[in-house]
Write a protein that binds this ligand. Sequence first.
Ligand code: EPZ
Length: 417
Amino acid sequence: MDKIIINGGKRLEGTIKISGSKNASLPILMATLLTDKLCSFACVPYLYDVKTIISLLTHLGKTIKREDDRVWVSSSGNICLEAPYDLVCKMRASVLVMGPLLARYGKVKVSLPGGCAIGSRPINLHLDGFKKLGAEISIRKGFIHLSAKRGLKGEKIFLDFPSVGATENLMMAAVLAKGSTVLENVACEPEIVDLASFLNKMGARIFNAGTNIIEIHGVKELKGAEHSVIPDRIETGTYLLAVALTRGKAKILNVNLTHLEIVIAKMKEAGVEIRFDDSTMEVSASENLKPVDINTSPYPGFPTDMQAQWMAFMSVIPGESIIYETVFENRFMHVAELQRMGANIRVKGDLAVINGVDKLSGVPVKATDLRASAALVLAGLVAEGETSIADIYHLDRGYESIEKKLGQLGAEIRRES
Ligand code: EPZ
């Protein structure tokens, strides 16, 4: 198993470029199941999760070519309507096959997703929505069987929670349904907007994506399209914090500022200097930073995917700060590892109280989930001595060449197999 070794204490300085968004790429690549025609993409990141979804799409009958950040998806002619356990358990986003396959073929069989470190992550909102669109659902021997013999019919659907995945799955199911669908209380994340933009290029008729009410008028069929994936806002936020935490100064290219407004506001409140022009961001931080509380919540609130990284940042800023995690029920797995490095953190239910310490110490730690491992990298960058992070396959799921990018900024970081 690979591990990452970091010798902390270096100020990060220089320029890096942000890759395409993981959480936009996954649903967008899945949407190619809605057509047999050629779809081509730019800015697709080189990530473990993207590799997994390419294996899944190949299994389902797609032919996929990849060159640098470009990807071409066409149909091999044969179609399989089953997403197997060995692929679904690697990546929960595999459940996004349900919407497109149900819409296009009226039938799909998906392995129930396995457990997940950050919470139970049920898919009841996805399944309830499919039922409202006319699908029959049965769960047998670890598989979900969905069918809609007479096709799907547009409906008004209210989500109990603005679930990102449920919004994406139901949007992809509704684009070929008979009549119109209104999805209410849906997720407003930029990744939803990017998926809707790609679907509309394919000929779908989706309105008001990015707001909490999305309207979809069903069409007969969808054609191929070209699309460039939006920059990854969580990767951007992670590198902004890496520079701030090491009191460095850097330029970050290929950033969409509007996708990060609350993170930038919170960083400025902590005393980080952030300037931008067009898609380039300049970030720098001096010694006197101050602690800032955060509550995670659905977009445009503070992203839960930045919570662990924020905790690493607060761990080395003098004073008390509070983090309230409201989206996932078990997203403090990074706390124990940060405490091993000397962080002063107390957890009470969904609340974490952090008292910044003068220094963290580099020790062997273990990654537990994607963003927890990012938090450990950030802590290692500023810790005294050597931090070794095991199980970094978690990290490779969501960060493209992280040791290369941080090395470009002057970090002393290497990967050991
Ligand atoms: C997406 O996961 C992201 N993943 C997650 O990013 C992100 O943390 C999450 O949205 C929230 O922003 C991708 O886009 C691939 P949800 P998703 O459905 O769709 C509950 C990362 O680090 N819920 O919005 O699975 C659920 O349990 C990953 O990049 C139900 O109860 O998130 C959770 O508490 C981690 N029933 C909350 O909603 C459902 O049917 C948010 O889940 C669906 C969700």
